[in-house]
Ligand binder design. Structure first.
Ligand SMILES: Nc1nc2c(c(=O)[nH]1)N[C@H]1C(S)=C(S)[C@@H](COP(=O)(O)OP(=O)(O)OC[C@H]3O[C@@H](n4cnc5c(=O)[nH]c(N)nc54)[C@H](O)[C@@H]3O)O[C@H]1N2
Ligand SMILES: Nc1nc2c(c(=O)[nH]1)N[C@H]1C(S)=C(S)[C@@H](COP(=O)(O)OP(=O)(O)OC[C@H]3O[C@@H](n4cnc5c(=O)[nH]c(N)nc54)[C@H](O)[C@@H]3O)O[C@H]1N2
Ligand code: SF4
Ligand SMILES: [Mo]
Length: 726
């Protein structure tokens, strides 16, 4: 059967009939009475609506989910779930799901094929590519969680493929690199015990991780002062003490100036600096230039405000923090994001808050997980094709990888095959046309999916995975202050589409066909038993309970960093060796910091009721968007008046790569130089019927393909647009 978009959707309707959902001939009363009586069972799972994987119970009646509740013994959920968890159940029965392996037979046409055919053709093509062009011509990209890492990375490494990428280059890779090269890792912010919290573009109420939101609200209840620095008033700012609107991409200037005040006024923790840090003097020497007056001109925050903020923060040391953040301000957005992350690490060091209550913790433990005693493929030493660790390309970039660079290499014909799982890079990285051009030029794109995402529709083969509620997965461990948990996904509901398979099953089939089955000589149960072994928990018990929590040693207040020196490093030898600045200092955003009158920076961020690119296709969440008209771009009221633009008008945005139209929300809650667009809209796949009906914008259509020089991230917000009434 050949499948085009129209027949795919028609086919879905037929499938609904075949599932017995047709109402004709049904004894509805009898069915309803029986349904009423049937028992509700609770099955443990992990939420799949974002990668936090909160523990949850799926309440199942008649083999169908009834509702979900948060798992008390899971460190991420702690008994709570966010609204997206409930809506995520929709995916299980979504008629837009992929139900059988698909093979491309035309520009926009797929054919459904058997698993045998799919696996044998993929293996043959991959083997040919590896033989002809070597392992450098192949790559894997995913949203890195336990199952994808265990099975996916193992398959790649067994084949000699070193280019394993994640979505992090569009998320938090600059933040991670900056913290790695100062503190030796990214610490946990002890929000519940803090007296003073500065959030720089971390929106705990919108970019939700349940456990962190719980800690934050506890901190607020206990009277912590919260200051939100964000070009727009975000969900956390609404309950914070202060919202400080800043020009996008200028947080580095703010942080450097705060450091300048703290050092000049002798407000820093001298004991901490003397005992636990290296090269403070080199940093201090650079500071006099970074006065609050200097930063005021760049950030648009008054110098006195910067001074008072620095003083208040220092008065609360060490029980205070500047949050290490996630994606928002310096995860992957700007040319200066890596430097901003280093500067945020610096200011926390000046406050001496490491492993102090209300500060930043490294001493949190995690349950110790075991590993299977089996033939392990070594991580190949072949150079990575995305340039990570390669001199002259991105020698310091993290092993998170650079999927946007892979697209460039694919367009050049250097990369010939990519396997993608649980990831939609074509839509989630800037410059749609650039991503499409690269992925289309591949000889073999294999996408493991549940849905026809923007990446899947470019694939040569699409392998349908069963949904999260229909499969078991690799055991996960999570830590916390003095408790940790281990958790597992179980088969909560029967498979809806018999031809779908779980990722581990598919990888084992591929490994057998590729002749590397010796690396997969075990069952999923054996993997999980080995992981649980050190904890003395049986797999049967975990499958029944879903999550088990345990006491862990109290976090220690001893200070030790996982850097080479064991100390906090103001100066980075590694940075200096590769020609970057040994001490982090001011660096402008690539597009500068000021904009002309009808020009704006475009920033984006999460809405509490949507997740990345996939939730716009969930009708219940799409309805919230419609009810609140929340798929609009925010424009500052004074600016709108200047340009003759009214609330609800369509505006035309012109960037160096595209012109797009979108409806506008006129508000005081955004900096005059900024347009803020909620993330996750502007789907391009014609298969998402619900999302198609939401006319909106994805800023990735406006931002050109660019790479930052140190971490290599995609510089998600380095774009200036001209705005006018459409
Ligand atoms: N509801 C929901 N929750 C999620 C997700 C989701 O999709 N939906 N995704 C999860 C993921 S993958 C992540 S990475 C996290 C992200 O968590 P966060 O990083 O907290 O979330 P974002 O909304 O991306 O960004 C936070 C804020 O940064 C602001 N911002 C943008 N540019 C700048 C700037 O230049 N300076 C400053 N100071 N602020 C700026 C935005 O206005 C936004 O309010 O959320 C996670 N949780
Ligand atoms: N404009 C803009 N772009 C952004 C962001 C933004 O705020 N604004 N945020 C960035 C951030 S923080 C991140 S982390 C990235 C996220 O980037 P991605 O990791 O690509 O995130 P998703 O859009 O959630 O795509 C996940 C894909 O996995 C599929 N999927 C869902 N469940 C399953 C499953 O069980 N099995 C399989 N095999 N597939 C499944 C979904 O259908 C979907 O296509 O996006 C980044 N891009
Ligand atoms: S934060 Fe919300 S969507 Fe993400 S895993 Fe937890 S409950 Fe699910
Ligand atoms: Mo992210």
């Amino acid at each position: 059967m050949s499948i085009t978009r129209r027949s795919f959707i028609k086919g879905s309707a037929v499938a609904a009939g075949a599932l017995g959902l047709s109402l004709t001939g049904l004894d509805f009363k009898g069915w309803a009475a029986k349904a009423q009586e049937s028992e509700v069972k609770v099955k443990p799972s992990l939420c799949n609506t974002c990668s936090s994987h909160c523990g949850m119970w799926i309440h199942v009646k008649n083999d169908r989910p009834w509702k979900v509740t948060g798992h008390e013994d899971n460190m991420r959920s702690q008994g709570k779930l966010c609204a997206r968890a409930h809506a995520g159940l929709y995916w299980i029965y979504d008629s837009d799901r992929i139900k059988q392996p698909l093979k491309r037979v035309g520009e926009e046409e797929f054919e459904s094929i058997s698993w045998e055919q799919a696996i044998s053709e993929i293996a043959e093509k991959l083997n040919d590519i590896l033989e002809e062009s070597g392992p450098e011509a192949a790559a894997y990209g995913h949203n890195p969680r336990e199952t994808g890492v265990f099975y996916g990375n193992r398959l790649m490494h067994a084949l000699g493929i070193s280019t394993v990428c994640t979505h992090n280059a569009s998320c938090n890779t600059a933040r991670t690199l900056g913290f790695n090269h100062t503190m030796g890792g990214v610490p946990h912010a002890d929000l519940s015990n803090s007296n003073y919290v500065v959030l720089i573009g971390r929106n705990l109420g919108g970019g939700i991780r349940t456990s962190e939101l719980i800690e934050f609200t506890e901190g607020v209840k206990e009277g912590a002062k919260v200051v939100c620095v964000d070009p727009r008033q975000n969900d956390s700012a609404k309950i914070a003490d202060e919202w400080i609107p800043i020009r996008p991409g200028t947080d580095l200037a703010l942080v450097l100036a705060m450091c300048q005040v703290i050092v000049e006024e002798d407000l820093y923790d001298k004991e901490f600096i003397d005992n636990y840090t290296l090269d403070f003097d080199k940093f201090a020497e650079t500071l006099p230039q970074y006065t609050p007056e200097w930063a005021a001109e760049i950030t648009d925050i008054e110098a006195d405000k910067i001074r008072s903020l620095a003083r208040e923060l220092a008065e609360n040391k060490p029980n205070c923090l500047v949050h290490p953040s996630w994606k928002g301000a310096f995860g992957s957005n700007y040319e200066n994001s890596t430097e901003t992350a280093r500067a945020v690490a610096y200011i926390n060091a000046l406050l001496g808050n490491v492993n102090q209550p209300g500060g930043l913790f490294f001493s949190y433990n995690s349950p110790e997980i075991g590993s299977l005693d089996t033939l392990d493929p070594e991580e190949p030493q072949t150079p990575r094709t995305d340039g990570v660790g390669v001199e002259g390309e991105f020698p310091l970039a993290t092993s998170h990888g650079l999927p946007h660079v892979i697209a460039e290499k694919a367009a050049e014909g250097i990369v010939k095959s990519i396997f993608i799982r649980h990831h939609n890079p074509v839509r989630n990285f800037p410059d749609y046309e650039h991503m499409v051009a690269g992925y289309k030029n591949l000889d073999l794109l294999v996408v493991f999916e549940t849905h026809m995402s923007e990446t899947a529709i470019l694939a040569d083969y699409i392998l349908p995975e069963c949904s999260f509620a229909e499969r078991e997965e690799v055991v996960e461990a999570r830590g916390g202050a003095d408790r940790g948990s281990v958790s597992i996904r179980t088969e909560a509901v029967p498979k809806v589409h018999p031809e779908t398979k779980s990722f581990d099953e598919i990888i084992v089939l591929l490994a057998e066909e590729l002749g590397i089955e010796e690396y997969f000589d075990f069952t999923l149960d054996e993997v999980n038993k080995a992981r649980l072994e050190p904890l003395d928990i049986s797999l049967a018990e975990l499958k029944e309970k879903g999550s088990i929590s345990m006491e862990l040693p109290e976090p220690s207040n001893e200070v030790e960093f996982s850097t080479d020196s064991g100390k906090f490093e103001f100066y980075s030898e590694d940075f200096a060796r590769y020609g970057f600045s040994g001490i982090a200092g001011w660096k402008e955003p690539a597009v500068g910091y000021k904009t002309a009158n009808n020009e704006f920076k475009v920033i984006h961020g999460k809405q509490a009721y949507h997740s990345q690119t996939v939730s716009a296709n969930i009708p219940q969440l799409a309805q919230i968007t419609k009810d609140y008209d929340s798929n609009r771009i925010w424009m500052n009221r004074a600016k709108a008046e200047e340009l003759g633009i009214n609330d609800g008008d369509k505006i035309k945005l012109t960037s160096p790569i595209a012109t797009k139209e979108v409806k506008v929300k006129v508000t005081e809650r955004v900096h005059p130089d900024t347009l803020y667009m909620p993330a996750g809209y502007g789907n391009k796949t014609p298969y998402y019927e619900t999302a198609q009906k939401i006319d909106s914008l994805n800023p990735n259509d406006l931002t050109p393909y660019q790479t930052e020089s140190i971490a290599g991230h995609a510089m998600m917000q380095e774009v200036i647009v001209k705005a006018e009434k459409a």
